[in-house]
Write a protein that binds this ligand. Structure first.
Ligand SMILES: NC(=O)c1ccc[n+]([C@@H]2O[C@H](COP(=O)([O-])OP(=O)(O)OC[C@H]3O[C@@H](n4cnc5c(N)ncnc54)[C@H](O)[C@@H]3O)[C@@H](O)[C@H]2O)c1
Length: 391
């Protein structure tokens, strides 16, 4: 694994847990973690459960006893690490968004296709697909329970940079993050809604805004709970969007709205999706991730209404291995489910999803949003790809 902070900890928890929960055709061994700071990576290896540590990620790629490279770094290093790992025949799990630019994502998808011919598999970490209520939503849509899909309403709301004194961490720098709220959290709702509906975004009209244009430099370029460097008076420019809002058309005929912001005061990690079809609707909120609201318009009129499904039954996706009904699960389980599916796919020689090609398609949507916003919200088609949203 490369990177050992937020996602590094979440992925480590999942790698540690997955074989204890699920019966799988292969076992994960946590061999080597890479970081840049020798002291911190040693401490992280010990705390997170890795056998060895290194300050050079190239060691992971070179080691013959390593089969899988898990990339948990900011987007500016995804392409370089993934391309090297794929060229060395490693299976690759790469955090989202796949890359910082379409050009990088295209190169990664092409490399993944070549590596696949040699047996190396790859996957992008859109983990919210593996929240059981989200997977159930997809099943309901696929089973026709919602009929023809007309509306997709998605928002991902956070508030961790409302304070203008919050420092200029890597997520606020285009050179490191590619984009702001758009790529960081907007990418999740783009992937999730396309996954759930089986439809792809064909065009967008967007607005973006950077509300706070200058911020204090951080004590160190760390994650969501960073501190400003009190000793230094220096500030730097915010070079990404703070918020992105767009309308879209999907290829199945539905209309969609998307909102991604880190300025929704009071909203911590509110990923919300509502889908309306001719026969019913579903609604999901990540802050209540064990629940799915379902409206079945085929029921007798007198009995109609949104019902709250507590998605904890053994027959619900992923849940047979966890707790008795009603004993809820949390955020970290989506990563365990991701590792379960990844290990199973790799060990049985099938392609895990979402593929790099699917993640490239998300990148093309992000790019269309940026281009639309730059041109006064003018309608912008998403460049088509050959990638299909996997069944
Ligand atoms: N799936 C999700 O829900 C989710 C959530 C948060 C972040 N992410 C994604 O995960 C990735 C990492 O985000 P994070 O929140 O963990 O960031 P973070 O700042 O918490 O951690 C980044 C880690 O990468 C290391 N790093 C940075 N550049 C490096 C380099 N060149 N070589 C080696 N190590 C390097 C840092 O030292 C740190 O350990 C990003 O792509 C982000 O978009 C995904």
């Amino acid at each position: 694994m490369v990177g050992y902070a937020f996602m590094g900890a979440a992925h480590s928890q999942a790698w540690r847990t997955v074989n204890r929960v699920y019966d799988l055709p292969a076992r994960a061994r946590m061999v080597l973690v890479a970081g840049r700071d020798p002291g911190k990576v040693a401490e992280a290896a010990d705390r997170l459960g890795w056998e060895e540590h290194t300050t050079d990620w190239r060691e992971l790629v070179a080691r013959p006893d390593i089969d899988v490279v898990d990339i948990c770094t900011p987007g500016d290093s995804h392409a370089e690490i993934a391309l090297a790992a794929l060229a060395a025949g490693k299976h690759v799990l790469c955090e989202k968004p796949l890359a910082n630019t379409v050009a990088e994502a295209r190169e990664m998808a092409a490399a993944a296709a070549v590596a696949r011919a040699g047996g190396a598999r790859s996957m992008c970490g859109f983990n919210y697909r593996r929240v059981p209520a989200v997977t159930l939503m997809r099943q309901l849509v696929a089973d026709g329970r919602l009929g023809e899909i007309r509306h997709v309403r998605a928002s991902y709301l956070q508030d961790w940079i409302v304070d203008p004194q919050f420092p200029l961490v890597w997520r606020l720098r285009k050179d490191l993050a590619g984009s702001g709220a758009l790529g960081d959290i907007g990418a999740h709702i783009i992937d999730l809604t396309q996954y759930v509906t089986g439809q792809r975004i064909t065009g967008v009209s967007a607005v973006t805004e950077t509300f706070v244009k200058e911020r204090p430099l951080p004590a160190e370029s760390s994650g969501l709970a960073a501190q400003a460097d009190g000793a230094a008076a220096a500030t730097g420019p915010v070079t990404v969007d703070d918020a992105a809002v767009f309308v879209a058309r999907l290829d199945g005929g539905s209309l969609a709205t998307y909102e991604a912001t880190r300025f929704a005061t009071g909203r911590k990690n509110a990923l919300r999706v509502e889908i309306n079809g001719s026969l019913g609707s579903v609604a999901f909120d990540l802050e209540r991730l064990n629940e799915l609201e379902f409206y079945d318009a085929t029921r007798p009129t007198a009995e109609q209404g949104f019902s709250r499904i507590l998605v904890t039954e053994g027959e619900h996706p992923y849940l047979s291995a966890w707790w008795p009904p009603g004993h809820i699960i949390g955020y970290e389980h989506s990563f365990t489910h991701q590792m379960r599916d990844f290990i199973e796919a790799v060990a049985t020689g099938v392609d895990p999803t979402p593929s790099f090609a699917e993640a490239l398609q998300v990148q093309l949507v992000l790019d269309a949003v940026v281009r639309s916003a730059e041109r006064g919200s003018s309608w912008t088609d998403v460049e088509p790809t050959l990638a299909t949203v996997a069944a």
